[in-house]
Design a protein around this ligand. Structure first.
Ligand SMILES: NC(=O)C1=CN([C@@H]2O[C@H](COP(=O)(O)OP(=O)(O)OC[C@H]3O[C@@H](n4cnc5c(N)ncnc54)[C@H](OP(=O)(O)O)[C@@H]3O)[C@@H](O)[C@H]2O)C=CC1
Ligand SMILES: C[C@H]1O[C@H](OP(=O)(O)OP(=O)(O)OC[C@H]2O[C@@H](n3cnc4c(=O)[nH]c(N)nc43)[C@H](O)[C@@H]2O)[C@@H](O)[C@@H](O)C1=O
Length: 324
């Protein structure tokens, strides 16, 4: 294994020991697939039942034993707008513990490269659009996910602090809203795209004349296909070594109302769509400025309709698994 203690842009050795935290989740499974495709031969993963990342002693023991060279942290308590507003204490506490345990253990046991994943909800609710990385900590957060956002902001600062104190090559990236194969299709706790895919699919199959979606349909959101994020993760580990976080998105957005029509078309649902205004809208707009990652040489490659089609094919092939 080559010495990775000095950063130089370029391919990581394919025999580097890479720990993908959260390797069974939406992001972690895509990262794992991409690393295998790229020829990595020494991957490490643990499910939450094998290793509870909230438990500091367990995490210390795991790192002492496995001593990964590279860590991609895609483990977190994750959910859509309703899950975030219903369980804020869990989103704050679980995520602070998971990321703190991983970051401290990695630095202590000699992990040389690490990528921490946050989320675009770390930025102020009314940040200027598109949202640049410099908007961090310049205004009040969106209340439906402030607890989760504060945990993720702590992760960014923790990465910066470890770089300053120990000189490690750890970085962070902030993805926009994601979707893809292996998503969470829970009817209440999921994000908007898997929630809609499931609802429109079930309505088409049952012949229901109406599907009800949440909120006003007016908020604007940007959506990144998860395999594109997986390629960005490897790209950043191989090409970026700075304290500032890096946004990962596609650079354009659409209204939730237009998203609903697009998902309905992909699924083949032809009934009407109604809106439940008792459900929260969340932040009015969340479009990332992706010029930093674009100027480094990476951009997203999967369009929304292609990504949704691939996701729906996966859903149809994994109906039992997807319904939990
Ligand atoms: N989905 C999205 O739209 C977005 C996600 N992100 C970020 O991407 C990352 C991954 O999210 P995503 O893949 O969607 O989430 P998922 O819920 O699909 O996956 C999360 C993973 O974390 C693991 N995990 C959770 N709690 C624990 C624990 N206590 N101990 C060990 N492992 C645990 C789970 O393991 P297991 O399956 O074994 O239980 C699971 O594999 C997160 O940091 C998230 O904030 C950022 C922006 C948007
Ligand atoms: C990734 C991101 O995810 C969350 O923030 P969010 O962007 O608000 O994400 P969401 O996907 O849940 O909703 C987007 C919009 O869509 C509307 N909407 C319509 N119908 C459904 C629906 O069926 N399900 C859901 N979930 N939303 C729906 C919904 O009312 C909202 O206006 C945060 O937890 C945050 O922490 C975070 O990081």
């Amino acid at each position: 294994m080559a010495d990775l203690s000095d950063f130089a842009p370029g391919p990581l050795p394919r025999d580097a020991r890479v720990y993908v935290a959260g390797h069974r989740g939406l992001v972690g499974s895509a990262v794992w697939r991409n690393l295998e495709r790229e020829g990595f031969t020494n991957l490490v993963g643990r499910s939450s039942s094998e290793l509870d990342l909230r438990d500091r002693a367990e995490v210390d023991g795991f790192f002492e034993h496995e001593r990964p060279d590279v860590v991609i942290d895609a483990a977190a308590k994750v959910g859509g707008i309703v899950a975030n507003s219903t369980y804020p204490a869990d989103f704050l506490s679980d995520n602070l513990r998971i990321q703190t345990n991983i970051l401290d253990a990695a630095a202590r046991t000699g992990t040389t490269r690490l990528l921490f994943l946050g989320s675009s909800c770390i930025y102020p609710r009314l940040a200027d659009q598109p949202i640049s990385e410099d908007s961090l900590l310049t205004g009040a957060l969106e209340p439906t996910n402030d607890a989760y956002a504060i945990a993720k902001i702590a992760g960014i600062i923790h990465v910066q602090a470890l770089r300053r104190q120990f000189g490690v090559h750890y970085i962070s990236a902030m993805p926009t809203n994601l979707y893809g194969p292996g998503d969470n299709f829970h009817p209440k706790n999921s994000h908007v795209i898997p929630g809609m895919v499931r609802r429109f699919h079930e309505a088409r199959v049952s012949g229901a004349p109406t599907v009800t979606c949440w909120g006003s349909g007016r908020p604007l959101r940007e959506f990144l296909f998860v395999d594109d994020l997986a390629s960005a993760c490897l790209f950043l580990l191989e090409n970026y070594d700075g304290p500032e976080t890096v946004n990962v998105g596609v650079g354009d957005d659409l209204s939730i109302r237009d998203l609903a029509s697009t998902v309905a078309a992909v699924v083949g649902y032809e009934g009407s769509i109604e809106w439940d205004s008792s459900k929260p809208d969340g932040t009015p707009r969340k479009l990332l400025d992706v010029s930093r990652i674009n100027s480094l040489g990476w951009s997203a490659s999967t369009g929304l309709s292609d990504g949704l089609t691939a996701m729906y094919e996966w859903y149809l092939a994994h109906l039992d698994e997807a319904r939990g």
